[in-house]
Design a protein around this ligand. Structure first.
Ligand code: NAD
Length: 391
């Protein structure tokens, strides 16, 4: 039995009392990339999961790795990802580094038989992502893509309503992700060679994944991207090379099912704050009813029909957390804490064992669409999405 509390993302987070058979050794995890998302999401997720143990921290910045080693309670640190890939002390990696490093680190890890949860976008191009899918498949390890928003309770519930027919035949998918971010440097995120693309790969790719998961494959898209902010100054006012990537992206898409989708994402939507979570709206209009998910209130879903205006309803308890999770849904900030369920899914898939959801194939499917959006923008035309069979 275990009952404890953790200091997580600045708040005291109480972990529910639960049992975990002591005979099963924990999955030993190394974090590669001790940056923002590791601190905000992955480490709290690991701290909540008695089936996992954070054993190592790897970051090219030794000071960062050292600092977080003691803060996170890991056993050892390194600046060389090959060391964690070759360590017999590590079962699984969480890769949360800049986008250009995802493929080399993932491939080195899976070749050593390590399970991998890799952040989105999996790579900078579909070709790069395909090499990761193939390597993971050959190695027979568990592979997972960090598409966090699938885990929002309202999104889980929306998926349930859709698959049980409560919305009727889905006709329209709509996604808006508007942030009001400072117009200063994005660091590696504004270097095309490192990031691949800007808002499209950073934000909109999550929403491409949501749509593919809910409505199935897309056949063609017409997309556009644009850069408005040059970002030639860092936060401290010092000059830096101008941004090479988009800060606005938009897509119209046709699904195989006959449904249509519309996406828009920007980091320059002044005033869209919602307590730091920004504006996120994902909606499905079906032949019988409509349903809306909003990130800043992820434990509610808005539902409407010809006889009822769109009205918020509480997400039923069974959709608030994944089955078996020790996370208490009443604890913490709702728009933060569902993100910890990503690690729960990764560890569950390793232990059961089964494929993780979403896996690298889902990462590739989203990347194929994102690549097609860039091609559509370049060629100023609709682009067919290549069909890709799962290995
Ligand atoms: N799923 C989500 O909601 C979500 C949210 C934010 C970021 N992300 C993704 O997570 C990844 C990291 O983003 P972030 O915001 O944490 O970035 P960050 O810049 O805050 O952190 C990246 C860290 O990786 C380290 N690093 C760079 N190259 C490395 C290497 N070769 N080996 C080891 N460490 C290395 C850096 O020193 C830095 O500490 C990106 O791919 C991003 O798209 C996902």
């Amino acid at each position: 039995m275990l009952s404890t509390s953790h200091l997580v993302a600045g708040t005291v987070f109480m972990m529910a009392t639960m049992s975990f058979p002591p005979s099963i050794p924990p999955i030993r995890v190394a974090i590669v990339g001790a940056g923002a998302i590791s601190e905000f999401q992955h480490v709290p997720g690991l701290q909540l999961d008695p089936r996992a143990e954070l054993v190592a921290v790897c970051d090219v910045d030794p000071q960062r790795a050292d600092l977080l080693l003691s803060k996170w309670g890991a056993r050892w640190m390194t600046t060389d990802f090959h060391e964690v890939c070759h360590s017999s002390d590590v079962d699984a990696l969480i890769i949360a580094t800049p986008n250009d490093t995802h493929a080399p680190i993932t491939i080195a890890a899976v070749q050593q038989g390590k399970h991998v949860l890799c952040e989105k976008p999996l790579g900078r191009t579909a070709a790069e992502v395909r090499s990761m899918v193939q390597a993971a498949h050959r190695a027979g390890v568990v592979h997972m893509t960090g598409f966090t928003y699938r885990f929002a309770p309202a999104m889980r519930y929306l998926r349930h309503l859709l698959t049980t027919g409560a919305l009727g035949q889905p006709r329209h998918f709509r996604s808006q992700r508007f942030l009001d971010l400072p117009e200063t440097s994005w660091g590696w995120r504004q270097v095309r060679d490192r990031a691949g693309a800007g808002n499209l790969f950073d934000m909109t790719i999550h929403r491409i994944d949501l749509a593919l998961d809910l409505l199935g494959p897309l056949t063609e898209v017409c997309g556009d991207v644009r850069q408005f902010a040059r970002r030639t100054l860092r936060e401290d006012g010092s000059p830096c090379p101008a941004s090479e990537v988009d800060d606005w992206s938009a897509i119209i898409g046709h699904f195989e099912s006959g449904a249509v989708g519309v996406w828009e994402g920007t980091t320059l939507a002044k005033g869209h704050h919602h307590g730091g979570f920004g504006h996120e709206w994902a909606e499905i209009n079906g032949s019988e009813a409509s349903a809306v998910y909003r990130l800043h209130q992820p434990n509610q879903l808005w539902r409407g029909s010809p006889t009822r205006d769109l009205t918020p309803e509480e997400v039923p308890a069974e959709f608030l957390t994944p089955a078996g999770s020790p996370r208490d849904p009443k604890e913490g900030v709702p728009a933060v804490v569902f993100r910890y369920d990503v690690v729960w899914e990764f560890i569950s898939a390793i232990l059961e064992p089964r494929s993780a959801v979403p896996d690298f194939c889902d990462g590739l499917a989203a990347q194929l669409v994102a690549d097609a959006v860039l091609q559509s923008h370049r060629d100023r035309r609709w682009v067919t999405i290549p069909t890709e069979t799962r290995p």
